[in-house]
Design a binder for this molecule. Structure first.
Ligand SMILES: [Zn+2]
Length: 412
């Protein structure tokens, strides 16, 4: 019931003034009607009547706060955080992570499922459906109040169709995610590449909030990026914008899964870091990791390398710093291409951020062309490993809170 009202009201909100007001309440609330009128330059009666619709749809509530200086106490408006919820899913190469959040991005439930080896598209879709049912059931919220499902998927994603065109690490193609999930759950479904979803999450809730331009890098099993220009996510002509893991850093480097040689992700992804440490261990390099893996190289993981680095192990520290130098080269290339205000780094490898950042910043400082370019801000994601799932949530919020009219207006 509530969802129907909400859906109806979101349809209504495809009007520039309603979404303008809703966004101001989202960004600045609790806020009074008078303040909204001042900020939007709408007349007080217009604001009142539009706020009334938002109150009826229960997406906004009134708070009696604040001291009045004589006269009536001002009534403040805020988003109805408790009422509506969003599901965000991150489909990586090995795991499916799913979260349920409030419409302000507060995580209420989180589940992680391993994706079985050699899963078919149908098996993956079944796992997605099961995870959605479980995350909603486990959170105790009413399914009627879940407004949408966002999906961040590694690989090439057709955003218009909501389909995964190619998921290289699962070796799957043409998965009709949006169609299947909409049929099953009867709510809005949006699908996006994981790196791009992550950048949208940073724009909505994280270290990209309020920035006009930034690039968000997802460094994990692969390396991808989302590029925000003029406050908007850039997709490119054929959905491959941001595939920086396949930016060639060394034409004589090792072969990549894509077939080319010397791609950035052959040097700085999680598997590349693990491979590099294994190679040194096989050559007999002394390291705490020999003991930590009981001499079994197959048990070596990125987490163990990070742990060893924390204990001061030179091989672990040097390898992470070396990965940082390669990331720094990739980031310098990005700075020269996009010239963003800030670079944000998330994903599994960013958990070792303290060992990467110094060499990243040093490399950019050595290589970038101008003084301001050298000083481009570089920081870690606010959400670490949850960054893509948060981005998937932001896909739905962007759909709900942004009217096509206001997008067009913003472009002018
Ligand atoms: Zn490649």
């Amino acid at each position: 019931m509530a969802r129907n009202i909400l859906r109806g009201s979101f349809k209504l909100m495809k009007s520039i003034n309603r979404s303008l007001i809703l966004n101001i309440i989202r960004e600045r609330g609790p806020i009074s009607r008078a303040e909204i009128a001042k900020l939007t330059k709408l007349t007080p009666p217009t604001v009142s009547s539009l706020v009334k619709e938002l109150l009826l749809a229960e997406i906004v509530i009134e708070l009696s706060l604040g001291e009045s200086s004589g006269g009536r106490k001002p009534t403040l408006l805020t988003l109805n955080e408790e009422m509506f919820h969003v599901v965000g899913m991150d489909i990586g190469s090995q795991n499916l992570k799913i979260i349920l959040t409030s419409i302000t991005g507060k995580i209420l439930n989180k589940l992680v499922y391993p994706i079985p080896d050699r899963s078919s598209s149908d098996e993956l879709l079944s796992l997605m459906k099961e995870s959605i049912r479980s995350v909603i059931a486990g959170s105790g919220v009413d399914v009627e109040n879940v407004v949408g499902i966002g999906v961040g998927m590694h690989g090439i994603v057709d955003v218009d169709q909501g389909a995964s065109i190619f998921a290289p690490n699962l070796n799957l193609q043409n998965i009709p995610i949006k169609d299947e999930l909409e049929k099953e759950f009867n709510m809005i479904v949006k699908v996006e590449n994981d790196g791009r979803a992550m950048s949208l999450g940073e724009l909505w809730f994280g270290n990209g909030a309020g920035l006009d331009s930034f690039v968000c890098m997802n460094v994990g099993l692969g390396i991808g990026a989302g590029i925000i220009i003029n406050g908007r996510l850039y997709h490119g002509n054929h959905f491959i914008s941001g595939e920086i893991g396949h930016m060639v850093i060394d034409i004589d480097g090792p072969q990549c899964t894509c077939g080319n040689y010397g791609c950035l992700q052959t040097f700085a992804s999680g598997p590349a870091i693990v491979e590099s440490v294994k190679k040194e261990m096989r050559l007999g390099e002394a390291t705490l990791l020999s003991e930590m893996t009981d001499g079994n190289l197959e048990d070596l993981t990125g987490e163990l390398i990070y742990e060893a680095a924390l204990k001061g192990d030179s091989l672990a520290k040097n390898t992470l710093q070396q990965a940082g130098r390669y990331l720094g080269v990739g980031i310098t290339n990005l700075i020269h291409t996009v010239n963003p205000r800030r670079i944000i780094i998330g994903g599994g490898v960013s958990n070792a951020g303290d060992f990467l950042m110094e060499s990243i910043i040093q490399t950019v400082n050595q290589r970038a062309l101008t003084q301001p370019a050298k000083q481009t801000e570089i920081m870690l994601s606010k959400f670490g490993e949850d960054a893509t799932a948060m981005g998937a949530v932001a896909l739905i919020l962007a759909e709900l809170f942004t009217s096509r009219n206001s997008e067009r207006a913003a472009a002018h």
